[in-house]
Ligand binder design. Sequence first.
Ligand SMILES: Nc1ncnc2c1ncn2[C@@H]1O[C@H](COP(=O)(O)OP(=O)(O)O)[C@@H](O)[C@H]1O
Ligand SMILES: O=P(O)(O)OC[C@H]1O[C@](O)(COP(=O)(O)O)[C@@H](O)[C@@H]1O
Length: 318
Amino acid sequence: MNIGILTSGGDSQGMNSAIRAITRTAIVKGHKVFGIQKGYQGLMEGLFIPLDLRDVGDILHRGGTFLQSARSLEFKEATGQEKALAKLREANIDHLVVIGGDGSYHGALALYERGFPTYGLPGTIDNDIACTDYTIGFDTTVNLVVGLINNVRDTSTSHERTSIIEVMGRGSGDIALHAGVASGADVIIIPEVEWSMDEVCQVIHEGFNRGKKHGIVVVAEGAASGEHVAEEIERKTGLEARSTKLGYVQRGGSPSAFDRILTSRMGDKVIECIESGISGVAIGIEGGEITSHPLKEVLSKKSTFDVKLYEIAKNLSK
Ligand SMILES: Nc1ncnc2c1ncn2[C@@H]1O[C@H](COP(=O)(O)OP(=O)(O)O)[C@@H](O)[C@H]1O
Ligand SMILES: O=P(O)(O)OC[C@H]1O[C@](O)(COP(=O)(O)O)[C@@H](O)[C@@H]1O
């Protein structure tokens, strides 16, 4: 079979590892592989390169995606999708694996509904895709964020300040929640849970009163701006507060061992699906098992939020 691979949407650490896993597993099993550059934009333009075993060497440990990514408005339209299908047929590609977030999954579903066999791998740092406990890059990002919060904590303690760290995640609070728990944050502000500035200030104030030498607040970008939270803490408590927006430093860098192993397993699974004629599916990891579910089902569900972990975070911040 001739298998195309593309990476789309926001890149995430582990995408290269996923491309390597799919390519090598496919070739070992007798298939041909084509890398599609620049996501759906490149698909519409026919930016295809044949991939051999050595072409995916030396990328396992690199962040980003060597196929590059893009966000394309044109592909959202029927004309863009027809253009893409014509390019796939012209190149004799008969299966397409898309590594990306929910937007990319919508694109894969659109092609599938037009009769082309597509498959999704959950490539996003946000961990906001249903039917998978973890998305590709999430673990690496959480580890990176924890390291950066450790650094902020040092200087925060020296000055007896409150530090507000704003992290990515779009509408999801998972990066903030997991990094917040792992770095011992006093407050975690996420879109999934109602919060108030008064409550945040009270927790910070009580912390200093109990003898804490710093305050750490982790804010998900989808819940509030870190800058605004810092201003409000200073205004309402009179305590010094500083905000740090981590931005893109949290989306790059070498993938963690977890993300490398996850993508190696997902690459194996997607080839298994292709060989067994199961298409229109997204690969996930649930309870440690690598699974597949129809793209339509995955897109119709919300990813689950770990309420228990949020409660644990609250208890441990005392
Ligand atoms: N509803 C849709 N139908 C078809 N293609 C879509 C749809 N939504 C997004 N896409 C395509 O997927 C690309 C990536 O989606 P985006 O939401 O930007 O990132 P992510 O996949 O990380 O969520 C978009 O630029 C667009 O080309
Ligand atoms: O790279 P851009 O276009 O600035 O997008 C930033 C967004 O991309 C992400 O890093 C990943 O989001 P997606 O997976 O939905 O693309 C978000 O956390 C962030 O809000």
